[in-house]
Write a protein that binds this ligand. Structure first.
Ligand code: GP9
Ligand code: MN
Length: 607
């Protein structure tokens, strides 16, 4: 009886049944990724799915189930892949990800760390449906010609539902379909399928090299001329007079620390300092505790791009993968012109973030990757930071002239599972087993090896003659609840989170510097002009850089595009935190994007 009932009703109820299943998955998707499910996204997504599902009636009986199963499978995989990607990177998958397959090497652990069993529900029915079909030996009914004709009308209704809101929203605001700095906005407006359709459209369009109109070129040029004249006014008064040209004729050692956030600096847990070595270095440092990460899709590589070129990264994908062979004005190139030898150190594969291709374009002809080191101590994704620093000393000693060494650390990477023998802090079991405990242990490890590196530099006579600058690349702990539960033990307001927990530290250290704390708000984009000022190489060649020198008397602020530290772009200064950037603020992002995509500097050279 069940079988009869099933074969009679299942065949005719397939369309509503599958629509309902995919509706549940859509709702669950928004619930897990914690984005609002708007009417526009729901209607657009279900309209499209309904059309695809209804089209099943035109398939011969044998293929109908297979077709519906495939629709369900593909949609479920799109949802699951995006849930994982959003949980890890904070934004949906874009086509540019396919350029970045090299990056998956070594990341399995990190990506697996964001998988939760509840995500499995998305695939559950895909196992159950074939099982039920086998058990009940289903016997589907042929769809009548009349039903097929009626279904055409259903498909027509589905299409109206699919296009109703997109067309309406587009007619109010044609910009709405353009690529966003915040790809989550497209997911909110048009659903995950809408995001992929618009993303593919813009991907195909952006594949062709962008050629700017004369008007666009003039607008960009004028913006930078105005910026430059504003700088000339403010740069008259230095905040730290002793620092102007402090690094002249010294080595520059820049250390980008993986996932280092500012809130761990000068903090203790269970009576133990988390970063005793960095804290001690602050006695001889100018310390900026309010510097913001400004990375977008390219995480670590975006941080490198920001500090080396003083431009914002592209709004989608990673500049390192998309435009590795452009001409850039970069810190490395300027240092090279000043006679420095540049070496970059990162103990991961050179293919990760396409660094091997990109580094020569930003002035690093020499790049030491994992294959240049002896693999004597591996932790997490590659060689340990400790070993990288230890082995780098000999390499630095070999350099004949002054050097600019750029270190990118790796060990303090999500999922922060440092083997027990490297754990320094004594934490209670509950904290130690949490991601917060893992993060604290892992930061403490990196702090320790930085401390050892500084002593090694000292012993080898390199310290006195080097300016050392340390900063974090982006956040490590993204989840406010984790910080509240294990660290602050009380709630953190939205404002407090943005002001006190999102920033990364910037530490400018030399043993003869006097300790100073500068509360100015700034971003990674400001590092290049600040470093040039310190090294005594500030000058007119600063053209087409967006950042500002943090060491002179100007108002502090930071524009944050959207990265995994923030779900939406915002502007922050001492008084305001402003979501929705103004037109003037947006220009910085848009012009950076245009400069990169059109290879603006390359075009200038070839004129
Ligand atoms: C990989 C390392 C980590 O080489 O820089 O990159 P991330 O995952 O932080 O972008
Ligand atoms: Mn990173």
């Amino acid at each position: 009886m069940i079988k009869n009932f099933y074969s009679k009703y299942y065949s005719i109820s397939q369309v509503p049944l599958y629509t309902f299943i995919l509706f549940l998955k859509t709702t669950y998707f928004y619930y897990i990724i914690d984005l609002p499910m708007t009417r526009t996204s729901l209607v657009t997504t279900l309209g499209l799915l309904f059309c695809l599902i209804t089209a099943a009636v035109y398939f011969p009986i044998k293929l109908r189930n297979l077709y519906l199963y495939l629709i369900n499978l593909i949609y479920s995989l799109i949802v699951l892949a995006n849930v994982l990607y959003i949980s890890y990177f904070g934004s949906p998958i874009t086509n540019y990800l396919f350029l970045q397959f090299n990056n998956l090497n070594g990341l399995e652990e990190s990506i697996f760390s964001v998988f939760e069993m509840k995500f499995g529900i998305i695939l559950l029915d895909l196992l159950l449906i074939p099982l039920i079909r086998i058990l009940l030996k289903d016997n589907l009914l042929e769809v009548k010609e009349k039903t097929k004709k009626k279904s055409l009308f259903s498909i027509f209704i589905g299409l109206i539902l699919t296009f109703y809101y997109p067309v309406r929203m587009y007619s109010y605001n044609p910009e709405i379909i353009k690529p966003k700095y915040d790809a989550n906005e497209t997911v909110i407006n048009f659903g995950i399928l809408g995001h992929h359709i618009l993303d593919s459209y813009s991907y195909l369009r952006e594949k062709e090299k962008l050629v700017l109109t004369d008007e666009e070129k003039i607008k960009i040029h004028d913006w930078f001329v105005n910026k430059q004249s504003a700088i000339e006014v403010t740069s008259q008064s230095s905040l730290h007079n002793n620092l102007k040209e402090f690094g002249r004729d010294q080595n520059l050692i820049l250390i980008q620390v993986e996932s280092l956030q500012n809130f761990v600096i000068n903090k203790s847990v269970a009576g133990q300092e988390i970063t005793p070595n960095l804290n001690k270095m602050l006695d001889h440092s100018v310390y900026f505790p309010n510097i913001y990460p400004q990375t977008i899709d390219g995480n670590s590589s975006d941080a490198e791009f920001l500090t080396q070129t003083s431009l914002f990264p592209v709004s989608k994908g990673s500049v390192f993968f998309r435009y590795p062979h452009n001409t850039y004005n970069s810190l490395g190139k300027t240092m090279k012109e000043e006679g420095y030898n540049n070496i970059a150190f990162h103990a991961d594969e050179g293919s990760f973030w396409n660094r091997t291709e990109m580094y020569p374009s930003i002035g690093f002809d020499e790049f030491k990757t994992i294959s240049d080191f002896k693999l004597d101590e591996e932790i997490g994704m590659g060689l340990s930071d400790g070993s990288m620093f230890r082995q780098s000393i000999d390499m630095l000693e070999e350099v004949e002239n002054l050097f600019y060494a750029f270190f990118i650390t790796l060990t303090n990477h999500i999922p922060f599972q440092l083997p027990e023998k490297y754990q320094i802090l004594k934490l209670d079991k509950d904290l130690n087993e949490s991601i917060m405990g893992g993060y604290i242990q892992s930061v403490a490890y990196t702090d320790k090896v930085i401390g050892e590196f500084i002593s090694d530099l000292n012993e080898n006579g390199l310290l006195q003659n080097s300016l050392i600058i340390i900063y974090g690349d982006h956040d490590g702990i993204r989840d406010r609840e984790v910080v509240e539960q294990y660290f602050t033990k009380k709630q953190i307001s939205d404002e407090q989170w943005l002001r006190d927990y999102v920033p990364i530290p910037l530490i400018i250290y030399n043993p003869i510097l006097k300790s100073a704390v500068n509360d100015k708000i700034g971003g990674q984009i400001d590092l290049m002009p600040t470093i040039k000022y310190l090294m005594g190489i500030n000058g007119p060649e600063d053209s087409y850089t967006i950042g500002r020198n943090l060491l002179v008397n100007n108002d502090g602020y930071a524009i944050l595009p959207k990265g995994d530290y923030s779900k939406e772009p915002y502007f922050i200064d001492e008084r305001n935190i402003q979501k929705n950037l103004s037109k003037e603020q947006m220009k910085q992002l848009i012009y950076s994007d245009l400069i990169i995509r059109s290879d603006y500097m390359g075009a200038l050279l070839s004129q």
